[in-house]
Design a protein around this ligand. Structure first.
Ligand SMILES: C[S@@+](CC[C@H](N)C(=O)[O-])C[C@H]1O[C@@H](n2cnc3c(N)ncnc32)[C@H](O)[C@@H]1O
Length: 320
């Protein structure tokens, strides 16, 4: 089963087949129909009014699915663009060609978008070049990680993830997940902290310290050959203050962080229309013409040895 079929099964079918979800989305539909001409379509209403441009906390199953319907395809294409652009300088040398494994910690993983982009990308690689990846997605909302888990446990998931694409634990239901994390980073392995469309979320400004500490503790403990941070987001014109602060605080000394890439580019993304027709008549979505959007991404290399005497005095993790 490929991504499109999994998307239909996991994201779209529950809108019609799950009573609770159907009821909630139908309430939004009624509100939209009563809203006059402010919104050009139900899709537009969902994106602006209900999801607040991807900033509304997804505290129900319906909201998490609406997020996945609206934003997952766009963010998937953003991630694929970064992988394609950085394939020869970062992904191929540091990820795909490594003799040892890669542990990827996807912060604010949502429905597992970044992992799906990697999985989708590596379908085009010969089997022996597909990466051996331990993926750990975490998200504050368990409705998101439930969707992610559905993608990861889909039957015939090898079609999506390839033979070497291993375990996937997108679960933050347990608030102590970081302390209990047990990801084996083999000798010479690579650790990647992945922040895909995360640093624009409401509330993350107050959490900068938590993620700084998380990167320092985990990378110090893992002692991998390479530790990287990948950041990507729509281009905010330099005004992403939470990310800027995070980056400043990660840098213990001038040479703790090496910027491997810092790029702005645009990418074309696929989106879908027709949620109203799907709900009311069972007519499946139509692909919209692809649109362009601006993207900003960075890849940073962390020299974790600098954290050794830096006073990260929180308990040591068991990563081996
Ligand atoms: C814009 S979405 C991005 C999701 C996914 N990474 C992507 O690229 O599509 C941001 C995600 O971060 C999650 N999130 C927000 N605040 C968080 C926090 N403090 N800790 C962990 N996850 C958080 C949200 O629930 C949401 O799934």
């Amino acid at each position: 089963m490929g991504y499109q079929e999994a998307f239909r099964d996991i994201v779209m079918n529950p809108f019609r087949e799950d009573e609770e979800i159907n009821q909630e989305v139908n309430q939004y539909l009624v509100a939209y129909q009563q809203s006059g001409t402010e919104y050009s379509s139900f899709d537009h209403y969902i994106r602006m009014k209900i999801l607040g441009y991807a900033r509304t906390p997804c505290q129900t199953r319906a909201l998490a699915l609406l997020y996945s319907y609206t934003y997952m395809p766009m963010h998937l294409d953003g991630n694929k663009k970064v992988i394609e652009r950085e394939y020869s300088t970062f992904f191929n040398p540091y990820i795909y060609q490594k003799p040892s494994n890669v542990v990827m910690i996807d912060v604010g993983c949502g429905p597992m978008t970044a992992c799906m982009a990697l999985a989708d990308f590596q379908q085009g690689l010969p089997a022996k070049r597909r990466l051996e990846l331990d993926y750990l997605g975490c998200d504050i909302h368990s409705y998101m990680t439930d969707i992610a888990l559905n993608f990861s446990t889909k039957k015939n998931q090898d079609d999506l993830f390839g033979d070497h694409f291993r375990a996937c634990y997108p679960d933050i239901k347990n608030p102590h997940w970081i302390e209990q994390l047990d990801c084996p980073v083999k000798d010479g392995g690579t650790l990647v902290f992945y922040f895909s469309y995360f640093w624009e979320q409401g509330g993350v400004t107050e959490e900068v310290g938590k993620w700084v500490d998380c990167v320092k503790r985990i990378s110090l403990q893992a002692r991998t050959e390479d530790t990287f941070i990948v950041y990507l987001n729509r281009d905010l014109g330099g005004s992403n203050s939470a990310y800027t602060e995070f980056k400043q605080r990660i840098r213990e000394r001038p040479d703790t962080l090496e910027v491997i890439a810092s790029e702005k580019c645009n990418h074309k993304y696929q989106s879908w229309s027709g949620l109203e027709e799907w709900l009311t008549q069972g007519i499946y979505l139509k692909a919209r013409p692809k649109k362009k959007t601006d993207l900003h991404y960075e890849i940073l290399r962390v020299d974790w040895k600098h954290y050794e005497n830096a006073g990260t005095d929180t308990p040591i993790l068991s990563l081996r």
